[in-house]
Design a protein around this ligand. Structure first.
Ligand code: E4P
Length: 221
């Protein structure tokens, strides 16, 4: 399972890139707004900076609600950089826009996916990624991972090429579970990536190695 970072924060991306485990980025209007990005021009400037840090797919979401508006924005976004993937929502207008993207050969990340049926529609429309939102399901008292598992099973059975991108990840256990059910990608907030690096026994072990070496060398390095 590949790991993407779910952020529009350039500093987080810079730090995560140094770890060498991040192969793509996902953004959305909320994440952009958090970075005080308030129009498509500044969204574009941020994305171009990000493309210099991560050489992989960078998802950029449309903000229009109707098909014509989505297509107009998507066609522009697709020209920003060859690595850009256009994020379109799982709505009737979004699916119609995906149909246009397929004709234009523009790669799509189908976002806000909450059912296997929506994922089947995306697959029919040839989207590159489908993004089931795990955490938002869990917030409603449902098991979001079950939907990821079912989409993976249907796609494998039907030999679908669309990749399952586990999104709305809220804790490190989601990452483990997404990997176990066979998601192709998980997109993580920076905080979760940092949590993945940590274990208290690693800290205890490091402290002991350091102390034992200090004792043995009398403090010389
Ligand atoms: C995915 O592409 C979305 O940007 C993201 O994972 C949404 O996560 P949230 O539910 O924590 O906002």
């Amino acid at each position: 399972m590949r790991l993407f970072l779910d952020t529009a924060n350039v500093e987080e991306i810079r730090e995560a890139a140094a770890l060498g485990v991040i192969s793509g980025i996902t953004t959305n209007p909320s994440l952009a707004a958090k970075e005080r990005i308030g129009d498509l021009e500044s969204y574009k400037a941020a994305i171009l900076t990000i493309t210099k840090l991560i050489d992989g797919p960078i998802s950029v979401e449309v903000t229009a609600l109707d098909t014509a508006g989505m297509v107009h924005q998507a066609e522009d976004i697709a020209t920003w950089h060859p690595n850009v993937v256009v994020k379109l929502p799982s709505t009737v207008d979004g699916f119609k826009a995906m149909a246009v993207m397929r004709k234009r050969h523009i790669p799509v990340n189908q976002t806000l996916c909450f059912s296997v049926n929506q994922a089947i529609l995306g697959a029919e429309l040839g989207v590159k990624y489908v993004s089931p939102f795990i955490g938002r399901f869990d917030d409603e008292g449902q098991d979001g991972m079950e939907v990821v598992k079912d989409i993976v099973e249907v796609y494998r059975t039907q030999k679908v090429r669309t990749q399952v991108l586990a999104a709305s990840i809220r804790h490190p256990l989601h990452v483990v579970q997404a990997a176990k059910v066979g998601a192709d990608v998980a997109t993580l907030p920076f905080k979760i990536l940092m949590q993945m690096t940590q274990h208290s026994l690693t800290d205890v072990g490091m402290a002991k190695f350091t102390q034992d070496w200090k004792n043995a060398t009398g403090g010389r390095r």
